[in-house]
Design a protein around this ligand. Structure first.
Ligand code: GLU
Length: 435
């Protein structure tokens, strides 16, 4: 095979890139890159009504986003209608097809058995008794899928077709077209369809069906590619974290046999969290910045350094980039969202408020507002007032962030800065005696 491998991904631009299609693209890409072959794109836009430029652009952007680059210029079926008509004409001349009105129909000979050695399923036999005569050109002049697919795959020199099981029933029809065109068929590998963990067809309720939806929620492309890879292949040794680059090195179609393909959004989230945790701050800051802006945070005066500190504190606490803004609103606005239940729990009691007030008062005199210094004062105050440190920490966190959780309190305080912290503590704890 070597440098002769040519595979293709053939999306129909009638909708967003489905996760199942993204997985198909990924495996074709892996196979091409592993063998040093070519990964081609063919845009199956024969349906002029349903095909939309917007979907095409989105599909191409999603592929690039996942790190799947392609070779050569994409082939557009909408530009090749004359080629299909000519091939159909040849078949008519050769007596292999007949006309029915303006449609051209391929004659299927009954009583034959077609054998397919599928790369993933092994041998599959088909009887031509089950296959009706096949439309090649519809009466409106547009080509039928099985026919133009074969004309193009043959014309593009495709050597291997890796696609979903939903195409198995098309394969014997396509084999007949190869035969009629006098071309050897390529190798076929059909992957089990991607299902939800409940075994049902993937739908919105499983967490989303398109790459775009996941991208919007703040999944990283590396996590997406890594997770999709595991739904049809396994790097072995029970290993799960693997980059595209590493996979290219060890990918083998043989290992695609018998691998489960249940899509588990929770597992993908877990994996995304791992990738976020491992990502560099410089890589995350611009992504997070975009999300904060979209969430309506006031970013005036926010420096890269400030964002970098926040990203460092919070990246270990999120599974999706979309969670960041909600957790960190107190770093961008004074009217941050307040967890009312937590507020009642931690800031209703006078002794808690007194602790927060004493802490705030002592902080006023602090010169170097570092987490270590802040913590020392907190512990001192707790000792002096005979309180547990937690009795000061939780109410203070509520006062400065409106939340019961988050990063470590003293780190949050250091990043927020002295003035904002003290102001919020005093506001939340009152002046004392007047509650
Ligand atoms: N446009 C077809 C699809 O999206 C391509 C099928 C194929 O790979 O032959 O399902």
């Amino acid at each position: 095979m070597g440098d002769k491998v040519r595979v293709r991904f053939a999306p129909s631009p009638t909708g967003y890139l489905h996760l199942g299609s993204a997985r198909t693209a990924l495996f074709n890409w892996l196979y091409a890159r592993h063998t040093g072959g070519k990964f081609l794109l063919r845009i199956e836009d024969t349906d002029r009504v349903r095909s939309d430029r917007k979907f095409l652009e989105e599909i191409l952007a999603d592929l690039k986003w996942m790190g799947l680059d392609w070779d050569e210029e994409p082939v557009y079926q909408s530009e090749r209608f004359d080629v299909y008509r000519k091939e159909a004409e040849n078949m008519l001349q050769a007596g292999k097809a007949y006309k029915e009105g303006d449609a051209v129909i391929f004659r299927v000979e009954n009583g034959r058995v077609l054998e397919l050695d599928d790369l993933i399923h092994g041998r599959i036999s088909f009887s031509t008794d089950e296959i009706k005569d096949q439309v090649m050109i519809k009466s409106d002049g547009s080509p039928a899928y099985n026919f133009c697919c074969v004309v193009d795959d043959a014309g593009m020199g495709i050597t291997h077709i890796i696609r979903g099981d939903d195409h198995i029933s098309n394969t014997p029809k396509q084999m007949l077209f190869y035969e009629a065109l006098g071309q050897p068929p390529p190798e076929f590998g059909h992957m089990p369809l991607m299902m939800g963990t409940d075994g049902a067809k993937l739908s919105k309720r499983h967490g989303g069906v398109s790459v775009e939806e996941y991208r919007d929620q703040g999944f990283l492309p590396e996590a997406m590619a890594n997770y999709l890879m595991l739904l049809g292949w396994s790097p072995g040794d029970g290993r799960e974290m693997i980059s595209l680059e590493e996979a290219v090195g060890i990918f083998d179609i043989k290992d695609m046999r018998g691998v489960q393909s249940k899509f588990d959004a929770q597992k993908l989230e877990w994996m995304n969290g791992e990738y976020i945790m491992a990502a560099g701050i410089e890589e995350l800051v611009p992504l997070i910045e975009d999300r904060l802006v979209s969430a309506g945070m006031d970013m005036s005066g926010v420096t890269g350094e400030y964002l970098a500190k926040l990203v460092t504190l919070y990246k270990i606490r999120i599974k999706k980039l979309s969670e960041f803004a909600g957790l960190t609103d107190c770093f961008f606005r004074d009217d941050f969202k307040v967890d009312e239940k937590g507020k009642r729990k931690y800031l209703d009691r006078e002794e808690n408020k007194a602790g927060v007030r004493a802490f705030a008062d002592r902080l006023e005199g602090l010169g170097d507002f570092s987490r270590e210094n802040i913590e020392k004062i907190c512990r001192d105050i707790a000792g002096e007032m005979d309180l547990k440190a937690a009795q000061i920490i939780h109410p203070t966190r509520m006062a400065i962030s409106g939340k019961t959780g988050g990063a470590g309190l003293f780190e949050m305080m250091e990043v927020l800065g002295k003035e904002r912290v003290i102001g919020r503590m005093k506001k939340a704890a009152g002046r004392g005696g007047d509650t």
